[in-house]
Design a protein around this ligand. Structure first.
Ligand code: SF4
Length: 369
């Protein structure tokens, strides 16, 4: 439910968020307070499993420790200002206001039989300027902190818990922003995603999507994060990619393919290439054939995403038959390809649509929350 949409600075926002410090720093801080590793587990349990909103609610900690914690940290919960559910019930979009009043970030919860997938944001806006993306139109306002990245998951887990549902099973960094351009906070958040006392998710349940920041993909390998990698490729030629995704001028397709080979060798995880299908631009048989040449010999998968309605183009959304034809063509070249089911289109929660709350505060979607 929408509570209040006006940005404001929250009380106590000068204190660092306890969810915003790395695991190492948390451990060190607690040692400085004379606390054991066991206490750290208790505190994490209160934050990540019992979803408390105040240190004072951590009833198995001494009064002294609770006072110390509240004097040194904020709990780092995000304020939910919007929650809207897709008509089919297979997606829900959330808007969260940042504590410093910098803006509203969006996250999407996707439901299927077994999975509860959280699509989360890593930046407020984005400066990579992909022409089909609403978030890109905002420019980069700022990076999200580790606490703001984790705060989205905490809020969605609490939402699921209140409905007697299971917790988040998968996390995809495909919301607002380019996670690999905010590497340190992304990386430290992943430590919590994997930690048994926090979100306890294995690397195969975490996917980071990138527009193709090659040095950060190399850093992923160096730091052995071992998460799934999705590269937003979207086209078959540098000429077209330069136009759709300006980052291509710095890291062209050949570099992306080369680093993908290395990523597979390094991690054993096949890379997913996201391919937003745009009518009349990248959906021809010739495009599929060119794609085949690029991907020859690479263990990978292509995820075809029909362009969603956005300001870039209502006429460029491909017809269903054309999407199927394109995927069949890829199959005929022995390329593993799937069609991403579009969920959340009606709540502006589908691919390329996040940032809508910030761009169009007076839109119908916002009012209907
Ligand atoms: S698609 Fe991703 S990288 Fe490109 S502008 Fe949007 S958020 Fe940024």
């Amino acid at each position: 439910m929408q509570k209040n949409v006006s940005p404001r600075v929250h009380a106590g926002h000068h204190l660092p968020e306890i969810t915003g410090i790395s695991l190492d720093v948390l451990e060190r801080k607690l040692r400085e307070f004379g606390q054991s590793a066991y206490r750290m587990r208790q505190i994490m349990n209160w934050i990540y499993h019992k979803h408390v909103h105040a240190f004072d609610d951590m009833s198995n900690l001494s009064k002294n420790l609770r006072t110390t914690l509240s004097g040194n940290f904020a709990l780092g919960r995000l304020e939910q200002v919007a929650c809207v559910k897709a008509e089919k019930g297979d997606a829900a979009k959330f808007g969260f206001e940042l504590r410093d009043g910098a803006g509203i970030i969006e996250s999407v919860l996707l439901y299927d039989d077994r999975r509860r997938t959280a699509c989360i944001s890593s930046q407020l806006g984005c400066n990579l300027g992909c022409v089909f993306c609403e978030t890109g139109r905002l420019g980069l306002l700022r990076n999200l902190t580790q606490g703001e990245i984790l705060g989205q998951l905490l809020a969605m887990n609490e939402y699921l818990e209140k409905r007697g549902d299971k917790s988040i099973t998968n996390v995809v960094f495909m919301g607002m922003g380019e996670a690999l351009a905010n590497f340190r906070h992304f990386r430290n958040a992943v430590d919590y995603l994997m930690h048994p006392d926090a979100f306890n998710l294995g690397g195969r349940r975490i996917t980071v999507s990138t527009a193709g920041v090659v040095p950060s993909i190399e850093r992923l390998m160096r730091e052995k994060l071992n998460v799934n990698l999705a590269i937003s490729l979207n086209t078959y030629s540098n000429e077209l990619r330069d136009r759709l995704m300006p980052i291509n001028k710095k890291y062209p397709i050949e570099q992306l393919i080369e680093v993908s080979h290395r990523y597979f060798e390094h991690t054993g995880r096949r890379v997913t290439f996201e391919y937003v299908l745009i009518k009349g631009e990248n959906d021809s048989d010739a495009a599929a054939a060119a794609l085949k040449k690029h991907l020859a010999g690479l263990t990978c998968k292509v995820n075809v995403i029909p362009l969603n309605n956005c300001d870039y183009s209502s006429e460029k959304t491909p017809a269903k038959a054309d999407v199927v034809r394109f995927v069949k063509k890829l199959h005929s070249f022995d390329i593993g390809a799937t069609i991403r089911t579009t969920r959340g289109n009606d709540i502006f929660g589908a691919c390329g649509q996040l940032g809508h709350l910030l761009l169009h505060k007076k839109s119908a979607a916002y009012q209907n929350i």
